[in-house]
Ligand binder design. Structure first.
Ligand code: ATP
Ligand code: MG
Length: 428
């Protein structure tokens, strides 16, 4: 007999075979219940003393939570059962027993603290709440790729091992590579530009590593970024692409993850959109007595902006040059411009993305590298890549864990990463 997923069994009647994990059991003496779960849902298995064969009835009282079992039985209507159906079992076979007790509580009422859950992530991934987060993250990533590949973007894969810093700065992990020292990529920046300058529009989801020592609820040392880069584009064009793709992603989550959103108690709305210049954002902060620097927003400012514009994807553009990396185009392509073609996007109280138009003119790039006190030698092949027919281009990057965090109002980003890497955690 072929396995039926629990969700699909609700469409059927008659005999079924289901496989899954023991969620819980209840013994009411004459009647014993097993709630069985698989990735699609849950179903009640009901054993009745005197009716169910004695061996199976006995086993119903001896199942450990999360053990893997196979059930063959009669699928019947049952108004009181969750989902309106139950299975009267003919046989129950234990395929893989789980130890009892488990290291953490996987029930719906679990109050286990996050660090202990992460220490036991293999067990934690059995819990419905955890699964809901990653089912939604799966929709986020796949609809992101779907949105852009449907528009003809090339799904490309930049390298993770790099020979020198891609952004400047020092927050890089060093590694041994045969006789050489190499670094783990802190961003796919330079590679996606090379791809855009030849294959026009590219999209990727790729891991990046940041050796930042700080320990915050919004940073990981390894995260994955959803990136695009577009040829013949400026910052306005790519902000509009973010607007449309984020709306699409949220729409898909609302459509495909209804139950998961209910489990997490999240009421999602398709975001509105607001465009502000950095100067406008700064004067809003001044009005609200929130101090920010002249070239960057603070976490507090990001939060305030989302209070002022709730359920809104907020773009802050015309960002001062001083607050953006060397490869961001100065306004009007003027090397000494105060403002840049760079922007940040803020959603539900936090930065979810940075982006902008890039410098595609080698001489201008050299000037900007020098102004940032970076060594031209380290960037030779990067600068040269713009000598072979490089059109103006622009792009952005959204962290998928950060996006999941804000979308689902999760307080700590670690909960939105399946196997987080932070200063202290590399296992599991
Ligand atoms: P932040 O200001 O929040 O530290 P950033 O400006 O350093 O982020 P970018 O280099 O602009 O980050 O990276 C683009 C996006 O990648 C960010 O907007 C965020 O969504 C995500 N991201 C960046 N760094 C991290 C990190 N350490 N952990 C998780 N996500 C990150
Ligand atoms: Mg940024």
């Amino acid at each position: 007999m072929e396995r039926t997923m629990i969700k699909d069994s609700f469409e059927k009647s008659g005999k079924v075979l289901v496989k899954g994990w023991v969620h819980e059991t209840r013994d009411l003496k004459k009647v014993r219940f097993l709630i069985l779960k698989d990735i699609s849902g849950r179903i009640q298995i009901t054993g009745i003393d005197g009716k169910t064969n004695p061996e199976t009835f006995e086993l119903l009282d001896n199942l450990n939570r999360e053990s893997v079992v196979e059930v063959i039985g009669e699928l019947k209507e049952c108004k009181q059962a969750p989902g309106g159906k139950e299975i009267l079992p003919e046989s129950i076979t234990v395929i893989a027993e789980a130890i009892n007790p488990l290291p953490i509580d996987t029930s719906d009422y679990s109050k286990t603290e996050l660090p202990l859950r992460l220490d036991n992530r293999a067990v934690d991934l059995h819990s419905q709440r955890t699964q809901a987060i990653f089912k939604i993250q799966s929709t986020v990533g796949s609809s992101f790729i779907e949105y852009f590949t449907n528009k003809g973007f090339v799904y490309a894969h930049p390298p993770s091992i790099i020979s020198s810093s891609s952004e400047g700065g020092t927050e890089l992990f060093k590694a041994k590579y045969f006789e050489k020292d190499v670094f783990l990529a802190q961003s796919p920046q330079l590679y996606k530009q090379m791809i855009a300058c030849s294959m026009e529009n590219m999209v990727t989801i790729t891991p990046v590593w940041r050796a930042e020592k700080h320990n915050t609820v919004r940073h990981l040392n390894e995260c994955r970024q959803m990136d695009i880069e577009m040829a013949f584009a400026d910052s306005k064009i790519v902000m509009k692409e973010m607007e449309d793709s984020v709306k699409y992603i949220v729409e898909q989550v609302i459509k495909k993850n209804k139950e998961d959103l209910e489990i997490l108690n999240v009421n999602l709305k398709i975001p509105k959109v607001k465009y502000l210049t950095f100067a406008e954002a700064k004067s809003l902060m001044d009005k609200n007595k929130i101090k920010i620097r002249d070239d960057d927003l603070t976490g507090e400012a990001e939060k305030k902006l989302s209070e002022l514009y709730s359920d809104t994807l907020i773009f802050v553009y015309d960002w001062p040059m001083a607050g953006k990396p060397f490869y961001i185009m100065p306004k009007d392509e003027k090397a000494d411009a105060e403002l840049s073609e760079g922007f940040d996007a803020i959603y539900k109280g936090m930065e979810i993305s940075s982006g902008g138009q890039r410098i595609h003119i080698p001489e201008l790039l050299e000037k900007r590298l020098k102004a940032n006190k970076l060594n031209l030698k380290d960037f030779k092949s990067y600068i040269n890549s713009f000598r072979f027919g490089a059109p103006p281009h622009a792009g952005w990057s959204i962290g998928i864990e950060r996006f999941t965090q804000v979308l689902l109002d999760i307080s700590n980003i670690r909960e939105a990463c399946m196997f987080p890497r932070d200063r202290d955690r590399i296992i599991p």
